[in-house]
Design a protein. Sequence first.
Length: 122
Amino acid sequence: MAKTYDPNNVFARILRGEIPCKKVMETEHALAFHDINPQAPTHILVIPKGAYVDMDDFSARATEAEIAGLVRAVGEVARGAGAAEPGYRILSNCGEDANQEVPHLHIHVFAGRRLGPMITKG
Ligand code: 5GP
């Protein structure tokens, strides 16, 4: 069943300009901005402009142009941060088990230090 999108989530409000963000880049389909509580020297969030709850929703409903736009934006953000070398990590929490806090799809881009193990043990 399709997930219901909450149009008042914090990233929807950022997209509408109702609350500020430290913008990194913007394209037709994506917006990138610094995370308010960075977990690495570089911690940027890349979000689609469309109303998608998470990767499950986005991968099922987004257009090819929206999908390409988001992926291109992630690569551009990482290159722009100087992180293509020595490297970076992308992460997207989807749903309850992943502890997703904000119900608008977002890709975290972490860089700027050795990032440690991929995932904590359960
Ligand atoms: P999640 O746990 O949903 O994958 O990650 C949500 C992220 O959004 C967290 O890293 C959190 O710090 C960030 N965040 C929450 N509210 C705001 C906000 O108002 N502005 C910005 N820039 N980041 C936010």
